[in-house]
Design a protein around this ligand. Structure first.
Ligand SMILES: CC(C)(COP(=O)(O)OP(=O)(O)OC[C@H]1O[C@@H](n2cnc3c(N)ncnc32)[C@H](O)[C@@H]1OP(=O)(O)O)[C@@H](O)C(=O)NCCC(=O)NCCS
Length: 145
């Protein structure tokens, strides 16, 4: 797994759950219709997904949720704390997620960018990601609106 010397990468621990959610909130990644506790529990439940974090001492500096569905790899909740942004940590977290998928034979990684997050496009451009025009259809299975 890719790991910078200054900010070691590892799997999030149960004790870090609230700090992880605070990081997501600071990065404006939480939404009222997604329960972050439930998202963490589901991602940590099986062998096909995990949540990687970058630590600055005891502080969570960044995160990425990564998993695969048996066909493609997906990244969610990529977050670098505002204090740690633009220092290369986002690039390192993406590389760690890519390594995790590569180790499991997954040939391609994908992610969704919300339409109100145009500013993140420059980041993915810098990492060599391509914008693939697609229409995404979805349906809630849990009864939520
Ligand atoms: C997106 C995010 C993870 C980037 O993390 P970061 O640690 O600041 O990014 P890095 O320092 O690793 O930057 C890597 C490259 O992307 C570029 N980059 C980063 N943010 C950028 C931006 N907003 N616009 C243009 N380029 C950007 C950097 O200049 C760098 O390029 P270089 O290596 O050629 O110099 C961070 O800004 C963040 O957490 N944003 C809020 C949450 C979010 O939007 N997550 C993604 C949801 S899809």
């Amino acid at each position: 797994m890719t790991s910078p010397s200054a900010f070691p990468i590892g799997h999030v621990s149960p004790e870090e759950t609230e700090a992880l959610i605070a990081l997501w909130q600071a990065c404006e990644l939480t939404r009222p219709w997604n329960d972050p506790h439930a998202d963490i529990t589901l991602a940590k439940r099986g062998p096909h997904s995990t949540i990687l974090v970058a630590r600055d001492g005891a502080t969570l500096a960044g995160s990425v949720m990564v998993g695969h569905d048996g066909h493609r790899g997906w990244m969610y909740y990529l977050a670098v704390s505002p204090a740690h942004q633009r220092k290369g940590l986002g690039r390192i977290l993406v590389a760690a997620a890519e390594d995790w998928l590569r180790a499991r034979g997954v040939p391609k990684v994908m992610l969704l960018v919300r339409p109100d997050n145009e500013k993140v496009r420059g980041f993915y451009d810098a990492l060599g990601y391509q914008d693939e025009p697609r229409t995404v259809f979805s349906r809630r299975l849990d009864g939520a609106d």
